[in-house]
Every structure is written in structure tokens, then in C-alpha cells.
Design a protein around this ligand. Structure first.
Ligand SMILES: Cc1cc2nc3c(=O)[nH]c(=O)nc-3n(C[C@H](O)[C@H](O)[C@H](O)COP(=O)(O)OP(=O)(O)OC[C@H]3O[C@@H](n4cnc5c(N)ncnc54)[C@H](O)[C@@H]3O)c2cc1C
Length: 398
């Protein structure tokens, strides 16, 4: 194996380069990033980074010297434009081509945008990149009233930070509760109650008609029912779209992500996909195809693929887990909730410490915990045992 080319220098792509060198991979590693900076972690962007102006160095996954010392050819600001599978070459926007023996797509996702009247880049903010977080922080310093569109994880985390920064915050959500795709009703209610106690307003089941702007700056968000909610800052957090364009252009199969098998390989045996952009069959979900957006998934898939490239592992099957921090609440989820799960509450929501167990046929599928780190870890161990019992060949990490 001579050269591994990785497209996307985020959590997954960077971890893969790091893990390959840790395993003494002897060939060339080319890491292509389309952002103009070193690889960084995104979780703090909707949390501490918005309040703390201490700079971007703390976000860096590795310092610049690391890439030089480990002979990793990291290229910032170098978007890949197309893949020529027959020649095994990647064409860069610069006009250059890079040949590969193995190609890894770690292209992540991009924000879904709002396409309503007056929804232009100046009036609506988005949050995915460090630059966007930087700009949001500056806009927060000028703002008094904030509307957050979307009560998913990022919207809710941002609402908490904005409220802690003294802003008036309203969250508008078309569903009837927050984080509805990921957590149980009990957990949504608990977290919403805390936001309300902090002074956040919610508009659930609400549709948006458009925006009032003055000189390109948002003034209010207009709801379908005729009301206007004042806002001098609007953050849209309305979901993401996986970056599959390169894969599609190269004739690889995609379905809400780049389809890979349990070795994280696409239809082409020398092309892999990892992280937020990859869709794969998970044994804990009965082989159902899932696409996860989490640091655990990106990092574990990268570590697995490094092992597989070195001939040390055969099948990817890590236990999924996720966290979200809002105020002093730590929400953690181990496993993947299924659509027909039974829910069981244990612990005491009034005391702020409880868990919601998801199960199918008596078997744990996922555990949501609120401020219960130990229970979360036990659930991960439990799910790991399930993986082993299912007969996964390499259920080696929790
Ligand atoms: C604000 C925010 C908060 C989050 N909080 C949490 C959290 O609390 N817990 C948690 O587990 N997860 C959290 N996440 C999710 C987590 O950050 C992602 O799951 C993780 O970053 C995925 O890693 P990735 O490498 O797949 O994608 P990314 O980290 O998004 O990296 C993909 C990279 O590929 C680049 N790219 C795309 N196309 C090309 C191309 N053609 N050429 C070159 N480069 C390209 C992209 O620009 C990007 O830099 C959060 C995400 C955000 C945005």
C-alpha cells in the first residue's frame, strides 16, 4: 500500500491520519481539507466556545507540527472536486490531481438552509464551522433578542448559551417537542422545563412564513399564524445534508449518505467512507442502515479503518454514544433507540438525575441518562456484551 488519500480533514479524516501513523503505516498520507485551517473539534462551537473568547487553539485536534513530524501531507483550503476511479485519481479545485491506492471519503455534512422570503446570509446565521461560531459570537454581542429555528441538539445548546449570555431567547420548532428524533418525551419535557425556568420561550408546532428585515438585518420572524417574534439575531439549526456529491459523481451508491458495508467500504473495494457522511448496517439495529452524527462514531470508524488498512480488523461494530451539554445538564445517550422501543423511567427527574431505558423484547437498545455518568457507562458495557452475543467478529471497543 503506497498512498492513502483522505478527503475531509474533520474529526474522522484527521483521526484516520493520526491512527494510521500510530499503527506505523509506512506509505504516504494525504489529508485534504476545504477549510482554511487546521482540523478542529466542533462540539465546543455550540457550547463553551461561544462564550469564551480564549481563541481557537483549544479546538485544534493536533497542532501544525504534528502533521510535519508524522509526515502527513495535510493540505488546508484544498477542496477535492471529482474522483476518477479508473485512473485512481482525485482532481482538486486547484487543477492538480492526486493519485491514490486507497481513498477515504470523510466529507461530513453541511447545514440545511432556510429558503423563505428574506432569508439571506446576512439576516440568518448558521452554525457548523469555527468561522460561523466566531461570527455568531460577535453577533451575539450586538443582539438583544434571539430566535432559534429548530429545537434539535444544536438549537437547544445554542439557546442555553444565548440565555446564559443575557439574551431574550425564543425557540421555534415545527414538531411538538424538542430533540424529538433522538430522545424520549420524558427527556424532552425535562430539558424544556429547565430552559423555561431559565427564561427561554418555546413555540412548538409552529411554521414560519418569512422574516422582517431592515438593511439586511433581521427584525422579526413571522409565523404562519400571523404573529411576529422580534429578533435581532436568528440562528437556523434545521438539520443537515450529507456531503455525497463526490461519491455520486464517481458512481458510488448513496442513500442519505454514502453507502458502505461493515468494513466501511463502498461499492469500490479501494474507496471507504467514514464519519457523518457514511451510512452503514449496524448489528445493534438488526443490520438496519444508520448514519450517525457524533464524535464517537467519527473517531471509532477512523480507528477501525486504520486497523483494517493495516490488516488487523475485519468488521466495524462499536457501541454508539452521544452527549449534549445544556446549562449544567449532561444528557448522554448510549445505543440507538428503535422506533418500537418500550420506555422505562428510573431515577428521579425532580432531583435532576434519571434515565430512560429503551428496550425491545426485554433487550436494552438504548439508555438516555440525565446527569448519570455511571449509568451511561454501564449501559455502554451492557450494549457491548450484546454485540459480542450477536456474534460480531470485532466487538472490541466501548
Ligand atoms: C455545533 C456542533 C456541535 C456538536 N456537538 C456535538 C456533541 O456535543 N457531541 C457529539 O458527539 N457530536 C457533536 N457534534 C457532531 C460532531 O462534531 C460530528 O459528528 C463530527 O464532527 C463528524 O466528523 P466528520 O469528520 O464526519 O465530519 P466533519 O467534522 O464535519 O468534517 C468533514 C470535513 O470535510 C470537509 N469537506 C467536505 N467536502 C470536502 C471536499 N470536497 N474536499 C475537502 N474537504 C471537504 C468539510 O468542510 C469538513 O471540514 C456537533 C457538531 C456541531 C456542528
Amino acid at each position: 500500500m503506497d498512498r492513502v488519500v483522505i478527503i475531509g480533514a474533520g474529526q474522522a479524516g484527521c483521526q484516520l491520519a493520526v491512527s494510521l501513523r500510530e499503527k506505523n503505516f509506512p506509505g504516504d498520507i494525504v489529508l485534504l481539507g476545504d477549510e482554511g485551517e487546521l482540523p478542529y473539534q466542533r462540539p465546543p462551537l455550540s457550547k463553551a466556545y461561544l462564550r469564551d473568547a480564549s481563541g481557537s487553539d483549544a479546538l485544534r485536534i493536533k497542532p501544525a507540527e504534528f502533521f510535519v513530524e508524522r509526515n502527513i501531507d495535510f493540505r488546508a483550503d484544498t477542496p477535492a472536486e471529482s474522483i476518477d476511479r479508473s485512473r485512481r485519481e482525485v482532481a482538486l479545485r486547484s487543477g492538480e490531481t492526486v493519485s491514490y491506492d486507497r481513498l477515504v471519503l470523510a466529507t461530513g455534512v453541511r447545514n440545511r438552509t432556510v429558503t423563505l422570503p428574506n432569508a439571506d446570509a446576512k439576516s440568518i446565521a448558521y452554525l457548523r464551522t469555527r468561522r460561523e461560531a466566531e461570527s455568531l459570537r460577535l453577533r451575539m454581542a450586538q443582539a438583544r433578542t434571539v430566535v432559534v429555528i429548530g429545537a434539535g441538539f444544536i438549537g437547544m445548546e445554542f439557546a442555553a448559551v444565548a440565555r446564559q449570555s443575557g439574551l431574550d431567547v425564543t425557540v421555534i420548532e415545527q414538531a411538538d417537542r424538542s430533540m424529538s428524533r433522538a430522545v424520549s418525551k420524558i427527556m424532552s419535557s425535562f430539558i424544556e422545563a429547565r430552559h423555561r425556568a431559565e427564561g427561554v420561550n418555546f413555540e412548538f408546532g409552529a411554521g414560519i412564513q418569512g422574516f422582517e428585515i431592515r438593511q439586511s438585518v433581521a427584525q422579526a420572524v413571522c409565523l404562519n399564524d400571523g404573529r411576529s417574534i422580534p429578533a435581532d439575531l436568528v440562528l437556523a439549526a434545521v438539520g443537515v445534508i450529507p456531503n455525497t456529491d463526490l461519491a455520486e459523481g464517481a458512481g458510488l451508491r448513496t442513500r442519505n449518505g454514502i453507502l458502505v458495508d461493515r468494513t466501511l467500504t463502498t461499492d469500490d473495494p479501494v474507496i471507504h467512507a467514514i464519519g457523518d457522511c457514511a451510512v452503514y448496517p449496524h448489528p445493534l439495529c438488526g443490520g438496519r442502515e444508520i448514519r450517525l452524527e457524533s464524535v464517537q462514531n467519527a473517531s471509532d470508524q477512523a480507528r477501525f479503518l486504520a486497523s483494517a488498512i493495516m490488516g488487523e480488523a475485519t468488521h466495524y461494530d462499536s457501541v454508539p454514544w452521544f452527549w449534549s451539554d445544556q446549562y449544567d445538564m449532561k444528557l448522554q445517550i448510549a445505543g440507538v433507540p428503535g422506533p418500537d422501543d418500550i420506555h422505562q423511567l428510573s431515577g428521579d427527574p425532580i432531583a435532576g438525575q434519571f434515565s430512560v431505558r429503551h428496550s425491545t423484547d426485554g433487550r436494552l437498545t438504548a439508555l438516555e441518562t440525565m446527569n448519570q455518568v455511571r449509568e451511561h457507562m454501564l449501559a455502554r458495557n451492557d450494549l457491548k456484551r450484546t454485540l459480542v452475543a450477536i456474534g460480531s467478529p470485532s466487538a472490541s471497543r466501548v
